[in-house]
Design a protein around this ligand. Structure first.
Ligand SMILES: [Zn+2]
Ligand SMILES: [Zn+2]
Length: 328
């Protein structure tokens, strides 16, 4: 059900909230909104978890079922019945890279990103609200924030092991962060999560791509659910490699994904996602899912490796925290 892509650019108005149509939607919405659909997200997390190397903790390698379950977790946070949650987290699933082409490199912290966008909005006369952070999307920020949580949990795990303390609680935390992280990393491999063309072509359209609001869910949910399994792309995922600069690598991963957005439209135009789809659509989609699983595995591995480095003694005095606000 393509709830996010269609409604993400605006909040519900009072009139909409009271409309019978919405009431009907609330009661009919038994399955959560999709991004890669339930299947795609479960597969990406599962495939990555099955490739966790023996150099990483055993508890994580044994948590394949839990990590796979957590793949779609943030899509379970989109029901109108939990309005504050739905409202706060919907921009986490995408970034419209066209709206930030002037901002290179992207700032590393969420609030610096907000500041740059508000400056741009103030200097823009035509559709300034296109630059509101919640309209541009926050994909790389939520991803790196959860990456940081996972790394901190791994560091805690190492410390508790060194002190011969019991570790089940920190293991549970790390499994949750690893699975939660997988959701956004998988979203990032879906080209339509990186673009203003997220659900139908807009503006000049020389190639005659579809303008219907349906391609997003047709591709990531209906087509994947009916035609692809984890086994179809598991063999494409290699052993993990450490990422020297996770944020920079993650942003270039999003840009690689963005560069493929026209392929999605061309495949749709050729009927590639209808019914059983085409071999070209299968090849494209399995490679995208594999790219997601690979980036996720590389991020887990890098978080584990980096967690061996002790945290600075006075983290509140680092330049990063000075740049935002004093710790309270
Ligand atoms: Zn989606
Ligand atoms: Zn998502």
């Amino acid at each position: 059900m393509p709830v996010l892509p269609i409604e993400r650019k605006h909040g519900w108005t009072k009139r909409e909230l009271t409309s019978l149509a919405l009431i009907a939607l609330v009661f009919s919405q038994c399955t959560p909104a999709a991004a890669w659909g339930n299947e795609g997200h479960t597969y990406v997390n599962r495939v990555a978890a099955e490739k966790i190397p023996a150099t990483m903790p055993r508890f994580l390698r044994q948590a394949v079922t839990e990590i796979a379950y957590l793949g779609p977790e943030p899509d379970r946070w989109r029901n109108p019945s939990e309005f504050a949650l739905k409202n706060a987290q919907e921009p986490d699933h995408f970034i419209d890279l066209e709206r930030v082409s002037w901002l290179d490199p992207l700032p590393r912290g969420r609030y610096e990103f907000y500041r740059k966008l508000y400056e741009k909005r103030a200097a823009t006369t035509e559709n300034p609200d296109d630059y509101l952070p919640e309209h541009v999307g926050l994909q790389p920020y939520i991803t790196m924030e959860i990456y940081g949580r996972l790394k901190a949990a791994f560091r805690e795990y190492r410390q508790q092991r060194a002190e011969h303390q019991p570790t089940p609680a920190v293991e549970q935390a790390a499994i949750f962060y690893a699975g939660w992280l997988g959701h956004y990393v998988a979203d990032g491999s879906q080209p339509l999560h990186t673009t203003i063309y997220y659900n139908g072509w807009v503006g000049a359209n020389p190639n005659g791509y579809t303008t219907q609001h349906g391609i997003h869910a047709q591709f990531e949910t209906a087509y994947v659910g009916a035609n692809i399994t984890a086994k179809d792309f598991a063999g494409m995922v290699k052993s993990p490699e450490p990422l020297a600069d996770p944020f920079a690598r993650y942003v270039s991963y999003l840009k690689d994904s963005h560069a493929l957005l026209e392929n999605v439209y061309a495949l749709e135009k050729a009927g590639g996602f209808s019914g059983k789809g085409s071999p070209a659509a299968f090849d494209f989609t399995t490679h995208r899912l594999a790219a997601g699983a690979q980036m996720l595995l590389d991020l887990w591995y890098t978080a584990w490796e980096e967690s061996a480095v002790p945290a600075p003694e006075h983290p509140n005095s680092t330049p990063a925290s000075k740049a935002t606000a004093p710790a309270k």
